[in-house]
Design a protein around this ligand. Structure first.
Ligand code: SF4
Ligand code: SF4
Length: 66
């Protein structure tokens, strides 16, 4: 996930992601966990250390049990 308080919206991670999993949401980078293949490129690139791919976005709670 991206720490929105650290992201300076430089756009570098968006350019570097090989599967276009990152886009700006409300002006800050956002990783689509369904597209991300956890290559780590964005994490290595981010000048602010705002990205941690090992932390997932909190998922919305589902009502059904599976
Ligand atoms: S590389 Fe880091 S600072 Fe730049 S847009 Fe991505 S998350 Fe934000
Ligand atoms: S770790 Fe995920 S979001 Fe980051 S560059 Fe790789 S595929 Fe894209």
């Amino acid at each position: 996930m991206v720490d929105r308080s650290k992201c300076i919206s430089c756009g570098g991670c968006i350019a570097i992601c090989p599967v276009q999993a990152i886009s700006f949401v409300d002006g800050k980078a956002h990783i689509d966990p369904k597209k991300c293949v956890k290559c780590g490129s964005c994490m290595g690139f981010c000048p602010m250390g705002a990205i941690d791919i090992n932390k997932q976005e909190p998922e919305p709670k589902k009502k059904s049990k599976k």
